[in-house]
Design a protein around this ligand. Structure first.
Ligand code: FAD
Length: 624
């Protein structure tokens, strides 16, 4: 067959959130990269809610951004309502979330893709993988073109064997309006990659002109308005609009109960698991039978459309029930559905078959990212895409993979969770998944990752220069705070009470005063001798967080170092766990099934005890 490839080093399949970050990351490192996707017009398309971020997910967006990725900047260019979730809680769990304009988001991602010099796009479906000598060496498209490269990234989302359900009606589809990737799904199973099924769902969309918004509670965005990108500014944002809050009623729940057997999830037509933390409305009504109201966030789909997204009533009930259900909501009595809600079942590949680089163990040269690995969410997909694209490019250049640890990035936590434990339901990120969450904050994602991103070739000069200015300003401000003394004799009791909550009884450095939870950075500068505060709010925030949490962070770092000593000890692929003296057959089998790459990963497998780890460690020492 005709080989149309010039010297591509990486081919990425799929122009969704994983695929675009993968292609951009590979290309940023200098690797000539080809993105093959079913439809160029759906590059960056959001399949479900047009919203980016949230708890755990916002952290991933900031990490993608810190590594030079596109998602944060696109969210800034498209965000129409911004909020900081958990604002009153500690900085570790604070998270940015934006409702976005669906079309603006797509345009921003497409523009980023088109602006990347080493990246070529091609519209076609991929029907087959080219495999030579047990390695993936390219793709074959539905047109019959063979395109070759030393590495391939597979990021096909919900499209593999996708099957859409609306009540009793069923049809094949990758998502509403798009064809599924059936030939490729069959081929992956044929290649022996362990596949299983998962399910997700989406609510009906509604014509906003048929909703009585006066009866809903408006929810404006936050001021001051946060930004996602470390390079961003609120002036990047388009016009801002509010979201609204509505609720279900006992009539809604009664209607759902009466029609449960018509929902494919309850009739048995769908057997695969859906996202536990994003359940359908029929699930919620059954699981929380004692509640007579559930909140619904009524979110705009964009600035130039009347369509709204009723977040909280994802459903696969038949269309007639959906229409009646929507009209039981106060303010929605005359509401008209523009697009029915639906559930979709699709193939995913068991992520335990992946290395920490996201390369398939079974088929070297093939990297997997996004929903295909059992995750849900744009942010989870984007972060994996960046890692897979980067590592595919590095492998093609004979460079070692970059594999961030659980203490370095949420990206490291997610990949480690997936490849070590696998998943039985769509995996989404939460801050509670990170044992080092005091270290892995949204606010310091650049301080954690931009220097390594620069070394890896992901961060351009412009971003790195801005990062260095920020880093130097933070350090200079920390030095100033550590060396500026506030003299007790110069501060009147009244002012001290206002600023510090109590009189100042001894001379202290500004840095020590900032450590007290009741003090505020800018207020401190009312004290005589405090000097001029920094004009940069991000620097003020960073020095405050670092001063206040230094003690906790030190403790976490010490604990971290203790565990580190052994956690990174690698386990050779060829190690036969049954040959480890003293290890129980059950644990040996479990380790054999999961094939952890490091002792740290082995320790996180259910049932692998510290004693078993010690035996393994001794054996590894002997092994060499
Ligand atoms: P996708 O965004 O699906 O992108 C896949 C891309 O690959 C597409 O561009 C497609 O055209 C292309 N492609 C597929 N097959 C081929 C092929 N053979 N050849 C070439 N190109 C191909 N996430 C949440 O966080 N919460 C939710 O509640 C939620 N609900 C959802 C409901 C529905 C109905 C759907 C469909 C998705 C939902 N999601 C939800 C998931 C979210 O959309 C995905 O997590 C995210 O889009 C995954 O990104 P991805 O890049 O892996 O795949």
């Amino acid at each position: 067959m005709l080989n149309t490839s010039p010297d591509y080093r990486v081919i990425v399949i799929g122009g969704g959130h994983a695929g675009t970050e993968a292609a951009l990351a590979a290309a940023r490192t200098g690797a000539p990269t080809l993105l093959v996707t079913q439809n160029l017009d759906t590059i960056g398309q959001m399949s479900c809610n047009p919203a980016i971020g949230g708890i755990g997910k916002g952290h991933l967006v900031r990490e993608i951004d810190a590594l030079g990725g596109a998602m944060g900047r696109a969210a800034d260019a498209a965000g129409i309502q911004f909020r900081v979730l958990n604002r009153r809680k500690g900085p570790a769990v604070r998270a940015t979330r934006a409702q976005t304009d669906r079309a603006l988001y797509r345009h921003a991602i497409r523009a980023a893709v088109e602006a990347e010099p080493n990246l070529t796009c091609f519209q076609d479906g991929v029907a087959d993988l080219q495999v030579e000598g047990g390695r993936a060496t390219g793709v074959v498209t539905t047109l019959g073109l063979t395109l070759s490269a030393p590495t391939v990234v597979l990021a096909t989302g919900t499209f593999l064997g996708g099957r859409i359900h609306v009540g009793e009606a069923r049809r094949e589809g990758g998502r509403a309006g798009d064809a599924p990737a059936n030939a490729l799904a069959a081929r992956l199973r044929e290649l022996g990659l362990a596949a299983d099924r998962l399910k997700t769902g989406t609510p009906p969309r509604i014509d906003g002109r048929t909703i009585d918004f006066a009866r809903l509670t408006p929810q404006p965005g936050d001021e001051p308005r946060p930004v996602f990108s470390f390079m961003g500014d609120p002036s990047d944002h388009p016009r801002q609009v509010p979201c609204h809050i509505a609720t279900t009623t006992p009539a809604t729940h009664e209607l759902i109960r009466a029609n449960l057997e018509r929902s494919p999830m309850f009739s048995g037509a769908i057997e695969s698991n859906g996202p536990r933390y994003c359940p359908s409305i029929e699930d919620k009504v059954v699981r929380f039978a004692d509640r007579d109201a559930h909140q619904i966030f009524v979110e705009p789909e964009g600035l130039d459309t009347h369509e709204v997204y009723p977040n909280g009533i994802s459903t696969s009930l038949p269309f007639d029930v959906q229409q009646a259900l929507v009209q039981t909501l106060p303010g929605f009595e005359a509401a008209r559905i523009t697009r029915p809600g639906y559930a979709i079942e699709y193939d995913f590949l068991d992520p335990r078959g992946l290395r920490p680089s996201l390369e398939s163990r079974e088929l070297p040269g093939l990297y997997l990212a996004g929903q295909i690995n059992g995750t849900t969410g744009y942010e989870e997909a984007g972060a994996q895409g960046l890692l897979a694209g980067l590592n595919a490019a590095r492998a093609a250049a004979d460079l070692p993979a970059w594999t961030p640890g659980r203490d370095e990035a949420y990206l490291g936590v997610m990949v480690d969770d997936l490849i070590t434990r696998g998943t039985r339901e769509p995996y989404r990120m939460f801050t509670s998944r990170a044992e080092y969450r005091l270290l892995l904050r949204e606010d310091n994602a650049d301080l954690r990752l931009t220097p390594v991103g620069r070394e890896l070739g992901l961060v351009d000069d412009h971003r790195f220069a801005a990062f260095q200015v920020r880093q130097n300003t933070i350090e200079a401000e920390q030095n100033r705070l550590a060396t500026t003394t506030i003299r007790a004799g110069e501060v009147g009791d009244e002012l001290a009470r206002e600023v510090l909550g109590q009189p100042l009884d001894r001379n202290q450095h500004l840095a020590d005063l900032l450590r007290r939870p009741e003090t505020e950075y800018y207020a401190l500068h009312r004290l005589p001798g405090a000097g001029e505060p920094t004009a940069r709010a991000d620097v003020a925030e960073q020095v405050t967080v670092q001063a206040r949490y230094a003690g906790y962070i030190e403790r976490q770092l010490a604990e971290n170092a203790r565990q580190e000593r052994h956690a990174h000890r690698s386990i050779p692929d060829e190690l036969d766990f049954r040959a480890v003296p003293g290890l129980s057959t059950e644990v040996a089998e479990k380790l054999g099934r999961h094939r952890p790459s490091t002792l740290g990963q082995a320790g996180r497998i259910d049932g692998v005890t510290p004693a078993a780890l010690s035996l393994l460690l001794v054996h590894l020492h002997r092994w060499g």
